[in-house]
Ligand binder design. Structure first.
Ligand SMILES: Nc1ncnc2c1ncn2[C@@H]1O[C@H](COP(=O)(O)OP(=O)(O)OP(=O)(O)O)[C@@H](O)[C@H]1O
Ligand SMILES: [Mg+2]
Length: 363
C-alpha cells in the first residue's frame, strides 16, 4: 500500500458468472481527493463503487480504507456513504425528514437534529427548504437534498454514482461547480463515477480511465489530456488526430518520425518513447494545429486543403484533407472575430503547422 493512500484498491477483480466486470484493478486514492472513475457504459465503474461501499464482494483482491481492511466490514459499518444516480430521496417525506434520515438511528436530541439539518441546507444552498415536499423540488434540488442526506453523517468517504446523470446540461454544469466547492469546503474524499469525460476533467483532482473492467491510466485531468499513454485513452478524452508513422531516430531531446506522405515529423522526447525503427502513432490535438496561407518557417508543417468546416460557436472545426491520409485532420480555430465567421468557412489550400511539444507519441 502506498503511504499517501487513504483508499487502497489492490488487485481487485469481480466476476459475475462469465462476465469479468472488474479485472485486476489497483488504485490508491488520497485523503481529501476528488477522484473520478471514468469510462464507457459497462466498463465496471458502478461495480467498483459498490465494492467500496460493501454491497459487492470482490472475487479477489483487497480494499483498505484509512488503513483498515474492509473484507469483514458490513456496509453500514464502513466509513462511507453513497449517492446513487436516481437520487433515492423519499417522496413522502419533507426535505428536513429526508436529510435527518441519515441521523435518525444516532438518536440525537431533536434540537441538535434541527441544527444539523439547517447546517446542511446552508451547505447545499437551500436555506429555508425544511418543510418542502419532495415533489415541490426541481431535479437539481432533489439531487442536493440527496447529497445533504449522505453528508450529514460526516462520512470519511462519499461515493457518487453518476449523481448528475439525470440533469440537463446547464444544470449539470452548475451542479458540477457546486459539488466541487462543497467537496473542498467539507474536505471529504469523493469517489465520483461518470461516463462523461468533460465532467470528470472539470471536477477531479485525478481520474482513473477505465475500459472493460481494467484501469488504463490514472492521472490528473491535464496529464490525461496532454499526455495520454495509450491510443484508447487519447481517443476517449477529447478529440485527437492520429497519424501512423515510424520512428527514424532518437536524439537527446527530440524524436524524428517518418510519417509517410506527411513527411518528417519532430516530436519532443518524453519517456517512455518507442525506439528507432519502431512503428508508432503520432497523436495531435485539433487546437494545437494552426492554419497558414503561406509555408511557416518553424515547427512541423504539411500542406492540405480545407474540405469542410463545422461551426461550434466558440470555435470552428476545419476538416483538412492531406495527401496520403485517409481521414481528414481536424483543426480547431477559436472564433475570435465574428466577421470572419460571417464570411463563411475558409477554403482552399492551407499550411498546417504544429510545434514539437504538441506531438504525443504513442507506441
Ligand atoms: N449483478 C450482476 N450480475 C451480472 N452481471 C453484472 C451485474 N452487475 C453488473 N454486471 C455486469 O458487469 C459489467 C460492469 O457493470 P457496471 O454496472 O459496473 O458498469 P458501469 O461502468 O457502471 O456502466 P454504466 O455506465 O452503464 O452504469 C457489465 O457487463 C454488467 O452487465
Ligand atoms: Mg454504472
Amino acid at each position: 500500500m502506498d503511504d499517501t493512500s487513504f483508499i487502497s484498491i489492490q488487485n481487485v477483480s469481480k466476476r459475475f458468472g462469465s462476465v469479468l466486470a472488474v479485472d485486476q484493478v489497483s488504485i490508491d486514492i488520497r485523503r481529501g481527493e476528488f477522484f473520478s472513475l471514468l469510462g464507457p457504459s459497462g466498463c465496471g465503474k458502478s461495480t467498483l463503487l459498490r465494492i467500496l461501499a460493501g454491497f459487492e464482494f470482490p472475487t479477489s483482491g483487497e480494499v483498505h480504507i484509512d488503513g483498515q481492511a474492509m473484507a469483514a466490514v458490513a456496509p453500514n459499518h464502513r466509513p462511507v456513504n453513497i449517492v446513487f444516480q436516481n437520487y433515492a430521496i423519499f417522496p413522502h417525506l419533507t426535505v428536513k425528514k429526508n436529510i435527518a434520515y441519515g441521523l435518525l438511528d444516532a438518536r440525537l436530541p431533536r434540537a441538535r437534529v434541527n441544527e444539523r439539518v439547517e447546517e446542511m441546507l446552508d451547505l447545499i444552498k437551500l436555506p429555508g427548504y425544511q418543510n418542502r415536499a419532495s415533489h415541490e423540488l426541481s431535479g437539481g434540488e432533489r439531487q442536493r437534498v440527496a447529497l445533504a442526506r449522505a453528508l450529514i453523517r460526516q462520512p470519511k468517504v462519499l461515493l457518487l454514482d453518476e449523481p448528475l446523470g439525470a440533469l440537463d446540461k446547464k444544470l449539470r454544469e452548475s451542479m458540477q461547480l457546486e459539488l466541487r466547492d462543497l467537496q473542498r469546503s467539507v474536505g471529504i474524499t469523493f469517489v465520483f463515477v461518470t461516463h462523461d469525460q468533460e465532467e470528470a476533467l472539470t471536477m477531479s483532482d485525478r481520474v482513473a480511465v477505465m475500459s472493460k473492467g481494467r484501469h488504463l491510466q490514472i492521472d490528473s485531468p491535464a496529464r490525461l489530456y496532454e499526455a495520454p499513454q495509450s491510443r484508447e485513452v487519447a481517443e476517449f478524452i477529447g478529440t485527437m488526430n492520429f497519424l501512423e508513422a515510424r520512428v527514424l531516430d532518437v536524439h537527446d531531446d527530440t524524436v524524428e518520425i517518418d510519417a509517410g506522405t506527411v513527411g518528417l515529423i519532430k516530436a519532443h522526447k518524453r519517456d517512455p518513447h518507442p525506439g528507432s525503427g519502431a512503428r508508432c502513432t503520432v497523436a495531435l490535438r485539433p487546437e494545437k494545429i494552426s492554419l497558414h496561407t503561406s509555408r511557416p518557417d518553424t515547427g512541423n508543417t504539411v500542406r492540405g486543403v480545407i474540405d469542410s468546416t463545422a461551426y461550434l460557436g466558440d470555435r470552428s472545426h476545419h476538416f483538412v484533407k492531406v495527401e496520403g491520409i485517409e481521414a481528414p485532420l481536424i483543426v480547431s480555430e477559436p472564433n475570435l472575430d465574428s466577421d470572419a465567421v460571417e464570411g463563411g468557412p475558409r477554403d482552399g489550400e492551407v499550411w498546417l503547422n504544429w510545434s514539437m511539444r504538441s506531438v504525443v507519441l504513442l507506441s
